[in-house]
Design a protein around this ligand. Structure first.
Ligand SMILES: Nc1ncnc2c1ncn2[C@@H]1O[C@H](COP(=O)(O)OP(=O)(O)OP(=O)(O)O)[C@@H](O)[C@H]1O
Length: 637
């Protein structure tokens, strides 16, 4: 399950985890964080930057005054005089410490305010980009993986605030310490670097290793999460119990967890080894640094009071430098994920459904497929092959044919979800690859085979048909009546306000047929000019099925254009036009009467007879069967 991460947008990114590259990228990273933070809450950002700058200045002032304190204490004269001499500087150090503490709490408050907002802004950027892409991108596995990876970006953006704040703070501390050290003795400057090098090296090595491991094991971690989700999933619960799948899933979960434990152990072992080597290095470097300091004092090149301040500045400076390297490192790691977010956003923008296009005429006269060939992304076999088809406005057009013959695909192209690879789909004379697709969507209502069961209230499940318009009770009641769902609503514990989300407090579940009625009500509530119904009655009982077809006929009489996909051939008797599809093209078309006439090619007639004979045989034998209740299926399903 280890990923080869060949797809990763981070290819080679770990090689950028060198100190030089990271320092060079620092301004970009800080600007990136600042942009996100500014967008989220400009005031809180100003608060944090102001407080951190103040803290840096306070540290510099404290260090300079500490030098004054030491100089006064270690200078000549009586003890009381020396103390009196040190007092002003001492007071300043105290005041600056209080100011530093206040500024720190201001910064903490600002950061706390910024972090969740930044995460929200980054998440929204990601979600907005994701929901606008073409279906082709949704079904593109590569794009999906990138989306998955970019999901980390929002959390990373949040963490970047903390790291960026720490970087600014460490930079200011370091600058203060370096300024003081330069003033004391220039020879002290390289000592800071010497003392910091080992731990900086350790931090970089560990981060580089962790990052590589994260990339290599990302797929594995996802698969592990998927297994644990399955074990607690309400949808899989029945099958897990009846088929005894729990043990199987648990076994595989443990195997996968054990694999990643091994990897964690390997990383911990290496981190411990690196830490030990770094500690030895730091020890040796500190000894050398203090050796140099001792020599400066012994040779008289430096006064004792200056030596005291130098020790403090050296410790502060090396601490700040170490923290700086570590924080830049973290910032850099997080920025890689935020970078993913940026990449995905750019890619999503390039693959978004265009905002503009040619306007549709007020009234559509027909929808016409002209030699349409279409392949799903990543497949070689066309789902539609030179398909010709006409749907006249205000008529019922039925698409029938065996499984996989391309019926659902044809209506997806008709609705504007996909555009043809060859040929064209003309809606009111405008080709769908040039039309304003959002305008086309607004003219279509669908009740698909895989209509979505929204985990909201029943009311929201219907009104979501026109999600961007205010809810109208009158329209809602009409839709419920139309879908024959009044009884369903009556029987729900809180009527239309019943929550239909299983697994949530007060959540209620419906049967397949009841859900289907809600889906029909939703399509009615939407009231698109073109109604696409794909197997609308699959889960309905015989009486409800008859009702639905009668209503569909009424809609066509009202001028709505209906495209009906069904395997129940007796239901298409009243269609104005029937298309029989095979292997992505139409093989017969006409009215029911025409297709059943002896002069017709006979494909439809043979299918119809097959269904009828199946129906009769079952009635004769008296054997109860599912198709007999719901009507036989064309393909014998
Ligand atoms: N999202 C998809 N990605 C790749 N191939 C797909 C996708 N959806 C459908 N196909 C393929 O396209 C072909 C046509 O499928 P389609 O769903 O249009 O058939 P259908 O006539 O509606 O079938 P059914 O009666 O079973 O619903 C099939 O070969 C199917 O495997």
């Amino acid at each position: 399950m280890r990923d080869d991460h060949a797809w990763s947008a981070h290819d080679g990114a770990f090689t950028e985890l060198g100190l030089r590259a990271m320092v060079l990228r620092l301004p970009h990273l800080l600007a990136l964080t600042a942009r996100l933070a500014h967008r989220a809450d400009a005031r809180a950002l100003r608060m944090v930057v102001g407080a951190e700058t103040g803290r840096g200045v306070a540290q510099a002032v404290a260090m300079v005054n500490l030098n004054g304190v030491l100089a006064a204490l270690l200078g000549g004269g009586a003890t009381t005089e020396r103390l009196r001499g040190a007092l002003p500087a001492l007071l300043t150090v105290g005041l600056v410490a209080v100011a530093g503490a206040v500024l720190k709490s201001v910064s903490t408050m600002g950061t706390g305010r910024l972090e969740p907002k930044v995460e929200r802004v980054a998440t929204e950027l990601y979600l907005r980009a994701a929901q606008r892409v073409e279906m082709a991108a949704v079904e593109d596995a590569e794009f999906h993986k990138r989306l998955e990876s970019a999901r980390f970006g929002a959390g990373a953006a949040r963490r970047m605030i903390q790291y960026a704040t720490s970087v600014i703070n460490a930079l200011l501390s370091l600058t203060a310490a370096l300024a003081v050290l330069t003033a004391l003795h220039p020879a002290l400057l390289p000592l800071i670097v010497l003392m910091t090098l080992p731990s900086a090296w350790a931090a970089l090595s560990v981060a580089r290793r962790n990052y590589l491991s994260h990339l290599a094991w990302m797929q594995h971690a996802r698969a592990g999460r998927m297994l644990s989700d399955l074990l607690t999933s309400a949808q899989a619960a029945a099958e897990i119990r009846v088929h005894g799948i729990g043990g199987f899933l648990l076994r595989h979960f443990r195997l996968m967890a054990e694999d990643s434990e091994l990897e964690q152990t390997r990383l911990a072992r290496l981190a411990a080894r690196t830490g030990l080597v770094a500690a030895l290095g730091t020890g040796a470097a500190t000894l050398a640094a203090f050796g140099v300091l001792g020599w400066l004092l012994w040779s008289g090149a430096m006064a004792l009071s200056v030596g005291g301040t130098a020790v403090i500045a050296l410790r502060t400076g090396s601490g700040a430098l170490e923290s700086l390297v570590r924080q830049i490192n973290y910032l850099h790691e997080e920025a890689l994920f935020v970078g993913d977010l940026e990449h995905v956003q750019a890619e999503a923008a390039a693959r978004a459904i265009p905002d503009r296009g040619r306007a549709l005429p007020e009234r559509l006269d027909e929808i016409r497929f002209e030699k349409v060939t279409f392949r799903y992304p990543g497949t070689d076999v066309p789902a539609l092959r030179e398909l010709d088809l006409v749907v006249p406005a205000g008529k019922i057009v039925a698409l029938v044919g065996s499984n996989g013959s391309g019926k659902t695909t044809a209506v997806k192209l008709l609705s504007g979800l996909y555009t043809p690879d060859e040929g064209q789909v003309l809606v009111g004379g405008v080709p769908t690859d040039a039309v304003d697709r959002h305008a086309l969507f607004s003219r279509v209502s669908t009740v698909g085979q895989d209509y979505f069961r929204w985990p909201f209230t029943a009311r929201a499940n219907i009104a979501i048909g026109r999600a961007d318009a205010p809810l109208t009770e009158h329209r809602l009641d009409g839709a419920v009546r139309y879908a024959d769902a009044e009884e369903v609503v009556r029987e729900m514990p809180r009527g239309l306000d019943t929550l239909l989300a299983r697994g949530y407090k007060g959540g209620h579940n419906l049967s397949g047929g009841q859900w289907q009625k809600l889906a029909i009500a939703r399509a009615r509530y939407r009231d698109g000019e073109i109604l696409v119904v794909d197997e609308p009655t699959a889960a309905l009982d015989a009486a409800a099925e008859q009702e639905v077809f009668a209503k569909i006929r009424n809609l066509a009489a009202d001028g709505q254009t209906i495209v009906l996909i069904t395997h129940r051939l007796h239901s298409v008797r009243h269609a104005d036009l029937i298309y029989l599809m095979e292997h992505g093209r139409t093989v017969e078309h006409g009215t029911f009467r025409e297709l059943m006439s002896p002069s017709a090619p006979g494909g439809f007639r043979a299918l119809y007879e097959l269904q009828r004979s199946q129906f009769q045989t079952e009635e004769e034998t008296g054997r109860p069967s599912l198709p007999a209740q719901n009507g036989p299926a064309a393909d014998g399903r």
